[in-house]
Structure formats: C-alpha cells, structure tokens
Design a protein around this ligand. Structure first.
Ligand code: AVJ
Length: 336
C-alpha cells in the first residue's frame, strides 16, 4: 500500500461504515502505487522513491544503520542535543505546541521534553498503529503534556486540526530527513510547514553537512553491508508491492557522494544482463545499468539558510558538533 492509501484506510476506519468505498480507495491506492513504481522502472534512467525502502524489515535495517560506526548522523545529532539542549530551550522557550514531523517511536522528541516542557505534543506519522502505541507509553511518563497523535501523509499538502493551538508552534524535523528532498522540494515542503505556523511559529531541524567524500561514502557503504542490505531489500518490497520478480542476488548496492549535486546517491546495479517482469510490464537491464533508489542531500550552513529563507523562515541559531559534520538549526517564521 502507498503511504496515501494507508492514510486513507486509517482515516476511513474512523467513523464511516462505507465498506465498499473503503475497499475501493485501498485498491485505487495500490493501482496508483503500481503505476508510479512502473513508470519509474521504465524511465530511461530507472528510479524508485526512497519511501519504498521502508517495509518492516527495511525499518529495522535503518535502525541498524543508525548503530553503525560509519553512520555518523544519528550519533552526531544526539550529541548536539545533549550538549546544547539547554541553549535550545532558552531560545525556544517552554510551553510550546511541539509538532513532530515523522515522529516514528517519538524517542527524539521525548528526549527534549524535560528541557522544552511543551504544553502540547503533536506527533505526526503515517502509521497510526505505531504512533498510538508509542504515545500511550509516553503519556504515562509525561502525564502533564497533552498529546494528540495524527496519522498524516506529509508528502501531500496538510493542515492541522482545530484542537492544535495556533500560537507558539514548534515544528520538529530531526535526523536530516529533509535530505531526501531535492532542494526545490525541500523549499516546497518547508513552505507547507510555514503555512501551518503563525508569526510565533518556529522550526527545529537537523541537517547533514557537506564533509570529506570518504566520510560520506563510508556512511552509505558500510563495511559489514547493512546499508547494502537496506538498499537491496527494496527489491523484495517491490516484488511484494507490484508482483515483480526481482532476483536480489542479481543486483548490487552502489552509493557515492555526487559533489556537483551535493548529494549521496544510492543505486542498485544489475550484475549482468537481466529482465525484470511485474504485474503488467517488464524491463530489460544491461549489465551495469542502475536503478536510482535514494538521494540524501548535504548542505552548508549557508546553503541551508537559503532554503529556509525561501520557505519563509530565518535561522536564529545553529548548533554543530566540533567537527562541523551536522547542524541543528532553530528558525523563526518570517512574516510576509
Ligand atoms: C533517513 C533519509 C535521513 O539519508 O541518511 C541512511 C536514510 N539511507 N542510509 C539518510 C539512509 C541510507 C537517511 N534518512
């Protein structure tokens, strides 16, 4: 199911008893996903959306990536929060409505609760089930903070329900998730966020910075092959989603820093000539031909300040680690 289809299914579960139309919507979502994936595979330069990296095994492999010595972003960002959390809280102030974009298990935001003391916590994630579980545990630990979990697809335009106060909203977007967007898409996404913030709104965002290519390459092509497994696992997921017959053993993981585009690129490369077939289509791949599966854009403090400005935010504090590998930025909404 696509993220949108999951969301529709989740929303439909609440209240409506229109079963037939619910089934239609899910089936339609599936067809849309098949069409989207097929179009990508048939493009001259074959590509797939990185969202398909995350089936249940893919999510576990990503958690494993975060433990790798080569994968510095998770660790480095955590050290920045640990070292500068109090300074962040001084700038942001307490009592905000903390809106967690892509909350997952809510652990990163929960780590900030003691310092930020939000009055309302609004975690957003595509999976309502996962979210509700995490939030009910969190609510017991922090009974004074109101919590409103929302199952929303952030890749589509979104607006927040009326019970979420409009003043002093702090949007939280850690982990350099913004890197999956091309810069023009990142600007469009952050404009959406800006539209959901009043003049008192702010953004606390984690951004991965440009550094030596060897460090970047190793982070996305680790020695024991966890990232390779994470990338290759997409083929199993595609087999499931579109009834394809990818043979994972015929493919290999390729990842490198493309300095001209300022991004890590992940690809899957055919080890020899082969044909892939799926529900309603097929494609031949020559030996060495690739499917582009993910981009992870890297910024300088200046280039990201520019993205923020174009989205209607102004950075008012930037915290980095001693090596300058990762930045956590607080930005305020700019009135237009
Ligand atoms: C989850 C998008 C932040 O780009 O570093 C990790 C995903 N891909 N290793 C990143 C990822 C390969 C990750 N983000």
């Amino acid at each position: 199911m696509t993220r949108t289809a999951v969301l529709r299914a989740v929303q439909k579960d609440e209240g409506s008893s229109d079963e037939a139309s619910n089934a239609d919507r899910i089936a339609h979502g599936d067809r849309a996903a098949v069409a989207e994936i097929a179009a990508g595979l048939l493009a001259a330069d074959a590509r797939t959306s990185p969202k398909y990296l995350y089936d249940s095994l893919g999510s576990k492999l990503f958690e494993a990536i975060c433990e790798l010595p080569e994968y510095y972003p998770t660790r480095t960002e955590a050290s920045i929060f640990a070292q500068h959390g109090e300074d962040m809280a001084r700038r942001i102030g307490t009592g905000s409505t903390l809106i967690d974009l892509g909350a997952g298990n809510c652990a990163k935001a929960a780590g900030l609760f003691p310092l930020l003391q939000p009055q309302h916590y609004v975690p957003i994630d595509i999976s309502r089930e996962f979210l509700n579980e995490a939030v009910s545990r969190l609510q017991q630990r922090f009974p004074k903070i109101a919590m409103t979990p929302l199952a929303l697809d952030l890749s589509a335009p979104f607006s927040l329900p009326a019970q979420v106060g409009t003043e002093h909203r702090l949007f939280f977007y850690p982990g350099s998730s913004i890197g999956n967007f091309a810069p023009h898409e990142a600007i469009a996404f952050l404009r959406q966020v800006r539209e959901n913030a009043s003049a008192t709104g702010g953004l606390l965002i984690g951004v991965d910075l440009i550094k030596d290519a060897e460090v970047l390459d190793a982070a996305y092509d680790d020695a024991i092959g966890v990232t390779a497994a994470f990338n290759l696992n997409m083929l199993r997921h595609l087999n499931h989603l579109i009834g394809a017959d990818f043979d994972v053993r015929q493919w290999q993981h390729v990842a490198f820093f493309n300095a001209d585009e300022s991004r890590i690129e992940m690809h899957l490369e055919a080890r020899h000539a082969l044909t892939v077939r799926w529900q309603g289509g097929e494609r031949h791949f020559a030996r060495g031909e690739r499917i582009h599966t993910e981009d992870s854009y890297k910024y300088t403090r200046e280039s990201f300040a520019d993205v923020l400005a174009q989205a209607g935010f102004a950075a008012d504090a930037v915290w980095t680690d001693a090596d300058g590998w990762f930045a956590v930025i607080h930005a305020r909404a700019v009135s237009d």
